[in-house]
Write a protein that binds this ligand. Structure first.
Ligand code: OAD
Length: 227
């Protein structure tokens, strides 16, 4: 089976009702990154940061995977599919995708703020201030904040370098190192970019642009790959 590597961003979850970050109604238009998504913000005002992620986690219990997530599961009948997602939601897993690597963490997990290896499932949507890890420190959202290392980038690069086909869905390709993954696939393999705002990426050859929302776009991709 050919290895199909899929890099997803916030756009694939948009049709489930989760806001993207940089669109006009995106999260970063209503919240300052510096206030809610950096280690300094956590130092300064952990309650504010925690509340932001509690609200995101709460929303996750109210949404469902959409046609785009489901279509990627169907592709597993034909390809060895590996998803690398920038998303912190669990909609790929809930749709049934078998192989999902989270580059930027997972909303439904929490971790120690002194030992990044102490990671736990969050029971329900709310992490409370005062909830401590076994080492006595406040638990924090298991999210990669701006300015923090991205430990999963190494395995992601390894996966990307083995791709026979690359599919990029619903990402502005604005955040690194995630956006750099497209430079690690073999130069000549077919690459697809599904996003209403998809654009030619400088230096990337054999890139097929599908300017559609994920639901329709992944269907079109399937038609192309399977006929
Ligand atoms: P962005 O908000 O930067 O980009 C979202 C992309 O989704 C845009 O290119 C939109 O055109 C596209 N889009 C919107 N609706 C869509 C739909 N229905 N179907 C397909 N595409 C659609 O989000 P990301 O690129 O994912 O990191 O952002 C990357 C990272 O920046 C995030 O993981 C997050 C953020 O800061 C952290 O918080 C660590």
């Amino acid at each position: 089976m050919k290895k199909l590597v899929v890099l997803t961003g916030a756009g694939i979850s948009a049709e489930s009702g989760i806001s993207t970050f940089r669109d006009h109604d995106g999260l970063w238009n209503n919240h300052r990154v510096e206030d809610v998504a950096t280690p300094e913000a956590w130092e300064r005002n952990p309650s504010l940061v925690n509340d932001f992620y509690n609200q995101r986690r709460k929303q996750l219990f109210e949404v469902e995977p959409n046609a785009g997530h489901h279509a990627l599961v169907q592709l597993e009948a034909h390809f060895d599919v590996q998803i690398i997602t920038q998303n912190v939601d669990d909609l790929h897993e809930r749709a049934g995708s078998k192989n999902v690597l989270h580059l930027h963490g997972e909303l439904k997990k929490i971790r120690s703020s002194v030992d990044p290896l102490l990671i736990y499932n969050c029971e329900g949507w709310e992490l409370k201030m005062g909830d401590l890890c076994p080492k006595g420190s406040q638990l924090r959202p298991h999210i990669v904040w701006f300015g923090e290392a991205v430990p999963m980038i190494e395995p992601a690069i390894e996966i990307a370098s083995q791709a026979d086909i690359l599919v990029v869905i619903g990402t502005s390709m604005a955040v690194y190192p995630a956006a750099s993954l497209i430079h690690y696939v073999h130069r000549n393999i077919p690459k697809y970019y599904i996003d209403p705002k998809a654009f030619p990426i400088p230096g990337i050859s054999n890139l097929h642009i599908i300017q559609e929302k994920a639901g329709v776009g992944v269907r079109k991709l399937m038609d192309e790959l399977l006929t």
